[in-house]
Ligand binder design. Structure first.
Ligand code: FES
Ligand code: FES
Length: 158
């Protein structure tokens, strides 16, 4: 159904006249040009499309744009503040926690949501939290190390 949908996106208000049943992933990528959020499986399996909706990690390949009406969506493009990368982004760079980088936005957004709830996690908790985000390049060990380092660096300040 074509209707008006308003929400906040990376801190700014967005008002769209749109088929509100369309998936958030494609509205972001195709209509709004935010291609940082990736399409992997389209079936809620890989986590490549993960972003934040009101601080919760959400798989945008499973969410209709009407379902974020009035909410705050944050994508990888909205994570840096005043030109400073988020501590998780910095740690991924420092620990070389990627190879092709395709899974990276989803990994980072999932890690940010997790660390906001659990700012001082154990390694086992990080592994469990990231278990459903898939990396075909096998960067998992470095990803876990990066998230551990980000947690130490931020000292609870997510
Ligand atoms: S593209 Fe959404 S979970 Fe794979
Ligand atoms: S770095 Fe290539 S899929 Fe994870």
């Amino acid at each position: 159904m074509i209707e008006n949908v308003k929400f906040k996106l990376n801190g700014k208000s967005v008002a769209l006249r749109i088929d509100s049943d369309r998936l958030l992933l494609w509205v972001l990528r195709t209509d709004l040009g935010l291609t940082g959020t990736k399409y992997g499986c389209g079936e809620s399996y890989c986590g490549a499309c993960t972003l934040l909706v009101d601080n919760e990690a959400v798989r945008s390949c499973q969410v209709a744009v009407k379902d974020v009406r009035g909410k705050h969506v944050v994508t990888i493009e909205g994570l840096a503040k005043n030109g400073d990368l988020h501590p998780v982004q910095k740690a991924f760079m420092e620990y070389d926690a990627l190879q092709c980088g395709y899974c990276t936005p989803g990994m980072i957004m999932n890690a940010v949501a997790f660390l906001r709830k659990n700012p001082r996690p154990t390694s086992a908790q990080i592994i469990a939290a990231m278990d459903d985000n898939l990396c075909r390049c096998g960067a998992h060990n470095r990803i876990v190390q990066a998230i551990e380092a980000a947690a130490k660096e931020a000292k609870g300040g997510f």
